[in-house]
Ligand binder design. Sequence first.
Ligand SMILES: [Zn+2]
Length: 255
Amino acid sequence: MHVPPKGDPASLGSIGKFEVKRSSKKPGPALELHASSPIPTQFGEFELKVFARIPPGNESGGSESEAATGETAREHVALVYGDVRGARALPVRVHSECMTSEVFGSLKCDCKAQLEWAMAEIARQGAGAILYLRQEGRGIGLANKIRAYELQARGHDTVDANRMLGLPDDARNYDIAASMLDYLGVESIRLMTNNPEKVRAMRALGVQVDDRIPVVVEPNTFSAGYLETKRLRMSHDLPAYLNQPVNVKRAANGK
Ligand SMILES: [Zn+2]
């Protein structure tokens, strides 16, 4: 059973009362919009839209509370700035959750800095969206990510640590993001990323990516090694100036 949100029913008009939308022409999963509200941020006012995947075979609009298990229970967010319906070349950041940096201020990676840079840039450009996907640790989950951190603290880089745990370098899936764009009526995007593989992945999902907007944030002592690994081993388009003679492993270990 859906529990209708409290408040003025008329205010629900814009979200279509849990409207179900499935793309007819793109391969992304069916999504359900669960809630939407303006949210003030230090970068300006965004509209926060909460989505969840509709389990396959339940597209006709079943109850998310009955069917929600595992992946389908997870809520994903579109943080929308300005008018995006029908937009072309819209700046869009497809961002995967990173609890360690975004909540706790971990300096081991650049996720929080990239997220904030993207929010500020979208506000500056007047319209855009952050598609925030709940796939911690490049999709391997929080516990595996922390296991990999423990190996990194013993001197292995991020790619080797994942391999030692028998995990993929990158287990992310962007199909929810493609469906969100479809839902939002965005015609084409400029993807805010340093990762050419992400551009390819979005295009493979039927998203028209007109261009890529590089996201360059300053490394710190702890993240420099991670960024250098992303540049050298994961094909990220990052400047080589990051390759500085910093003894990152020693610094990251605190030894
Ligand atoms: Zn991170």
